[in-house]
Design a protein around this ligand. Structure first.
Ligand SMILES: Nc1ncnc2c1ncn2[C@@H]1O[C@H](COP(=O)(O)OP(=O)(O)OP(=O)(O)O)[C@@H](O)[C@H]1O
Ligand SMILES: [Mg+2]
Length: 305
């Protein structure tokens, strides 16, 4: 099989020209976005999408204009979590109008483009085996279009919810070279923390992107009746010192948060006094403080108000 480097020409498609034009459109679109934040984790199911949805809500409630890109092209969940699955996208000469939640957060997701609930994303190729070879390239193209072709308007924050895997961030950095920062999500299990280390190395040391901090999700369970806090994971080793320093906080497990996500309701709005809501609001305040130039990690945990 020939590699693309051996192909004599692009058969007249001017593929490089097309990609360059689209990359320029991404840059142009991002000129009206103040801060871009990627939410990532090397591991699946740790709460990236939940954190993205709740962080977007918290930042919106604080008066920011917030947009969210569901960058999980194959497993999009944010339209459901943010209660806009039934939104119809409208197309204007300036771009696609994103879905807007009842609180005013904007969202674009592959889920909004799929006709049926059970429809998977199928890339157009001779066989799905061929499509697999090109999946990463096609995912990047879809993401590029999501950012470039959406009429975001002026935003204070654009949050990107990444699919699991440390290998996804380089694609995002290729699209957004001046990415504002990364939030790494983990759960307090040793397996998850091992992968956090890889995420931190990839972000900070290989890609040179600032890490806003680490969020420890589902760290504990707070009894709704007596208020007592129990740890959900018993680990021999707590979060490494280095990681404790860059912690943005720990979000307790709250079944009401999972239910709110399933029902597309803003958890923070419904249960503003719940311990998980308070933790999420404090994380949003730290994100704001980070972009206001504060040295977050010189502050003791909980010092930003
Ligand atoms: N703090 C929490 N309290 C209760 N439930 C939570 C919490 N965080 C996440 N969940 C639930 O855990 C499940 C997984 O969360 P989520 O989909 O956000 O993870 P993810 O990291 O985005 O997963 P994936 O890797 O598949 O994208 C969801 O059902 C969500 O509602
Ligand atoms: Mg997710």
């Amino acid at each position: 099989m020939k590699s693309y480097k051996e192909l004599p020409s692009d058969a007249g498609s001017n593929i490089i020209g097309q990609v360059t034009a689209q990359a320029n459109r991404v840059q142009k679109r991002l000129t009206s976005v103040k801060h871009t934040v990627a939410i990532m984790s090397g591991k699946g199911g740790v709460g990236k999408s939940s954190l993205t949805a709740n962080l977007a809500t918290a930042l919106t409630l604080k008066g920011n204009a917030v947009g969210v890109v569901d960058a999980d092209i194959n497993g999009p969940t944010l339209a459901k979590m943010m209660g806009v699955r039934n939104a119809t996208l409208t197309y204007t000469p300036a771009g696609v109008k994103p879905a807007i939640t009842t609180l005013g957060t904007k969202l674009i997701s592959m889920d909004l483009l799929l006709a049926e609930d059970d429809a998977p994303v199928l890339w157009n190729a001779h066989t799905q085996k061929d499509a697999f070879t090109w999946r990463s390239t096609m995912e990047v193209s879809a993401l590029r279009e999501f950012i470039a072709d959406t009429e975001w308007g002026t935003l204070d924050y654009l949050l990107l919810d990444l699919p699991p895997g440390t290998d996804r961030l380089p694609n995002v950095v290729e699209l957004i070279p001046n990415l504002g920062g990364v939030i790494v999500v983990t759960i307090p299990s040793e397996v998850s923390q091992l992968i956090v280390k890889k995420s931190v190395t990839m972000t900070r040391d290989i890609l040179n992107v600032p890490i806003i901090g680490i969020v420890e999700n589902m760290a504990s369970y707070v009894c709704q009746h007596c208020g007592e806090e129990e740890h959900l994971f018993v680990t021999e080793e707590p979060l490494d010192d280095v990681f404790q320093k860059i912690s943005l906080g720990a979000v307790p497990f709250d079944p009401r948060l999972a239910r709110a996500s399933d029902n597309g309701i803003a958890y923070l709005d419904e249960h503003p006094d719940a311990p998980a809501s308070k933790a999420l609001i404090q994380i949003a305040e730290k994100v704001q403080a980070f972009f206001e130039g504060e040295d977050l990690h010189a502050l003791p945990v909980g010092a930003v108000s």
